[in-house]
Design a binder for this molecule. Structure first.
Ligand code: ZN
Ligand code: ZN
Ligand code: FE
Length: 761
């Protein structure tokens, strides 16, 4: 044949190809193997440090079909970012093989996020004839734990927390067979060789007679017990959602005040009985990320009041591990499934630590012996909006609009903290780490940075941080010796994050509304109009500044903001509003109004979040809060959807003067106007003024794009009406979609700014 080929046209085509993206540990090589087999192509495929490489050889049409279907038919958990193809000389090779991995070089293959149990595994779980019947750790290349169990690279069993489990012969055969669904499924296991679930009492002793730990836990839950359940990314606390005594007891033991509990529905039909689901909400519920989906509570939903006091929405998720599926199947009723922590501590994830911390809360512990390497909370979404981007999403890579010429670390903010690593065009935004003021959270932040650096071979040369010198994330950044530092304003980072998420660099006019962030002038910003892009910005306007009486105390006590805003609007010490009589001590009110007058311990702020607090307090809805954003959430929830009115909020020179608005709120409340009507008029007034201010600022600068971001824009009423106003004025509107509007996206914004401002050495 080779002799004839010298003169004849080539009958065979051979190509060398490289596939980049999330292509390891997700069944990509078997996919290539199958496809080559189907098309009768020869060659090989293997993993290397950058992804998957392969060579295929055969008829030109078959090779073309192969290249077309390579990405189109890719396995569900893979994410093909790029396929590079070069022609090679045909060799006449026969057959197709999966070759040994090449571990050399810098790791660039992307570890996949954890994924919900697939339909095939679920079928085995429920099939009494299957060897994995009721096995709580069934998984395959299309599903199961990934990020939460990985300790290093290459992504191979020894570098996961499955390292301590030796596969039995049956599992090993599956693992080694390219045609098997479990080929190189690193967490592959069965009841003979894998992790085991156990049911323990609060002293750590195994509960007698519980051969089937999950069935034992389900029976206890049915009797009203509170059970700590070790899940994928940490421990949860569970009890029957309809059991008012159990839920009330859980709330008492957990000291969690008013923050709503998430629910685990049995299945989609069960979720539909709890909440009103749009088709997009259903799609989110069943997606492999399996987030908590916020949706309107259904009338008569069989859920105790204490699950989400005062909330018109419930957070619902579907089972995402086999263990959760078994629990849900056994119970046939929705469970509360809330992160196992006390107040602001991070979610518990190590067994001994969990037992110590939770023994006063949980009656029983449903545990297992597969270690969790990284603590990862459940993600939280609404259709079109993500509120917490964590389990199921992390560590999927994001793309920077301006590639990073040097390796970057961006340290984020402080409360809903995340960090971000970047190299070239890729950025990895971490899981939700939480409030860094907690010592344990700060430690896990450092460990997380180390792990992600190793996983993605990022060796930071540049570190980006917030302007606030006292944020622990800033101190962490400045404590890294020898790195070039880039300080990024908090609200600039919000603007940049939204632009970059959409692949844009600006310029745009951004309305960035949140609780607080240190501004360029040293005051506390939070109701900002910024004109600019990744490369810089100018402050084009802001909310009228007021005092923040007592600093952090004003955040916990919205009535203080009512006092500050009324004093500002009246120009004199305000009388205690009738709606607050009997709820706020008149002496304390006078003392706070004195603080406002003198400015003692009362920094100046333009915070939009604090304006929401003030209005909620003047309405009498909320004088004190137990978690961040509570007053604003309740004010939005109170809105009367039938109301069409809007309060006046004049805009002059970019300044949104909310003083007349606050007076109008107080006047209406005094006249007995329903708080739902007042709340709606407030939302409309603020949204209309924001749209007007942005439109003015955009016209002056000949800009065509507006960005709405910052935590306050998680408020849908505010977001939708502002966006509608901007569109009517002819502006293009960008809002956060794949990343949160809140501080969870700050690190990505910092990375985008730093990438745009640093050049290669
Ligand atoms: Zn599976
Ligand atoms: Zn086995
Ligand atoms: Fe913020």
């Amino acid at each position: 044949m080779s002799g004839a080929a010298l003169s004849a046209p080539p009958l065979l085509r051979r190509v060398h190809l490289r596939v980049e993206g999330t292509v390891q540990g997700v069944g990509f090589r078997p996919h290539v193997h199958r496809l080559a087999g189907e098309l009768a192509l020869a060659g090989w495929v293997r993993n290397d440090h950058r992804g998957v490489v392969a060579e295929v050889e055969g008829g030109p049409l078959a090779v073309e079909a192969f290249l077309r279907r390579l990405a189109d038919d890719a396995p569900p958990l893979s994410q093909v970012e790029r396929v590079l193809v070069v022609d090679a000389a045909a060799t006449g090779e026969r057959g197709f093989v999966i070759a040994e991995s090449d571990a050399a070089g810098a790791a660039n293959a992307l570890v996949a996020p954890d994924a919900a149990t697939c339909e095939d595994c679920l079928r085995e779980l429920r099939d009494s004839a299957d060897r994995r019947f009721r096995y709580p750790f069934v998984n395959c290349t299309n599903c199961g734990p990934r990020y939460t169990i990985v300790r290093g690279v290459p992504y191979d069993r020894p570098s996961t927390t499955m390292a301590g489990f030796a596969m039995c012969a049956a599992c090993r055969a599956e693992y080694d067979d390219p045609a098997d669904r479990r080929f190189h499924a690193q967490p592959n296991a069965c009841p003979d060789c894998g992790p085991r679930a156990r049911l323990l009492d609060a002293n750590g002793s195994e509960v007698a007679g519980a051969d089937d730990a999950v069935a034992g836990a389900a029976a206890a839950l049915r009797r009203g017990a509170i059970v700590a359940v070790k899940g994928l990314g940490g421990y949860h606390l569970a009890c029957l959602a309809a059991d008012a005594d159990a839920v009330g007891e859980l709330r008492t033991r957990k000291h969690r005040e008013d923050r709503p509990f998430a629910l685990l529905a049995t299945d989609l039909a069960g979720a539909r009985e709890l909440v009103e689901l749009s088709s997009s909400a259903e799609a989110l519920l069943v997606a492999p990320e399996r987030p908590i989906v916020l949706a309107p509570r259904r009338d008569g939903a069989a859920v105790a009041d204490a699950v989400a006091p005062g909330h018109p929405e419930l957070g619902v998720m579907l089972p995402y591990t086999p263990l959760h599926h078994l629990l849900a199947d056994d119970l046939g009723a929705p469970l509360v499934l809330t992160s196992a922590n006390v107040s602001d501590e991070p979610i518990a994830y190590r067994d001994e630590e969990a037992r110590q911390r939770l023994r006063s809360i949980a009656d029983l512990f449903l545990v297992h012996d597969r270690p969790i390497h990284t603590r990862v909370d459940d993600s939280v979404v609404r259709p079109g909006m993500i509120l917490r981007r964590s389990r199921g999403h992390v560590p999927r890579a994001l793309v920077l609009p301006v590639p990073a010429a040097r390796h970057l670390l961006a340290c984020g903010a402080e409360l809903k903290s995340t960090f971000c690593l970047a190299r070239e065009e890729r950025a990895w935004l971490s899981h939700h780490v939480g409030d860094l003021k907690n010592v344990e959270t700060l430690a896990s932040y450092g460990e997380g940075v180390e792990l992600l650096q190793r996983l993605f071979a990022v060796v930071p040369e540049v570190v980006a941080h917030d302007l606030h010198p006292d944020y622990l994330s800033t101190r962490f950044a400045l404590g890294r010796d020898g790195l070039q530092t880039v300080a990024v304003g908090h609200h600039h980072a919000h603007l940049a994050a939204c632009l970059a998420e959409h692949g844009e660099v600006g310029p745009a006019i951004g309305a960035i509304f949140d609780g607080a962030g240190l501004g360029a002038d040293g005051t506390v910003w939070g109701g900002e109009l910024l004109a600019g892009g990744l490369d810089g910005y100018a402050r084009a306007g802001h909310l009228w500044p007021v005092r923040l009486p007592g600093g952090d105390r004003a955040v916990r006590q919205p009535w203080r903001m009512a006092c500050a805003w009324l004093a500002e609007a009246l120009g004199e010490p305000p009388p205690l509003p009738p709606a607050l009589a009997g709820r706020v001590d008149p002496g304390a009110w006078r003392a706070v109004s004195e603080m406002v007058r003198t400015g003692l311990a009362s920094p100046v702020t333009t915070s939009a979040g604090r304006l929401f607090d003030a209005v909620a307090a003047v309405c009498g809805l909320r004088t004190d809060v137990t978690y961040e954003g509570q007053a604003a959430i309740e004010l939005e929830a109170a809105c009367d959807p039938a109301e069409r009115g809007a309060y006046e909020l004049p805009v002059e020179g970019g300044v949104l003067d909310a003083r007349p608005l606050v007076l109008a709120v107080a006047r209406d409340v005094e006249r007995g106007v329903a708080s739902g009507v007042v709340a709606t008029r407030f939302h409309h007034g603020l949204a209309d003024a924001t749209a007007e201010a942005c439109t003015q600022a955009a016209r002056e600068r000949a800009m065509a794009t507006a960005v709405l971001s910052g935590g306050a824009f998680q408020n849908r009423r505010l977001l939708e009406r502002t966006a509608a106003g901007l569109r009517t004025a002819g502006l293009r509107v960008l809002v956060p979609e794949r990343l949160p509007a809140n501080d969870g996206a700050i690190a990505f914004g910092q990375a985008a700014v730093a990438a745009a401002s640093t050049t290669a050495p």
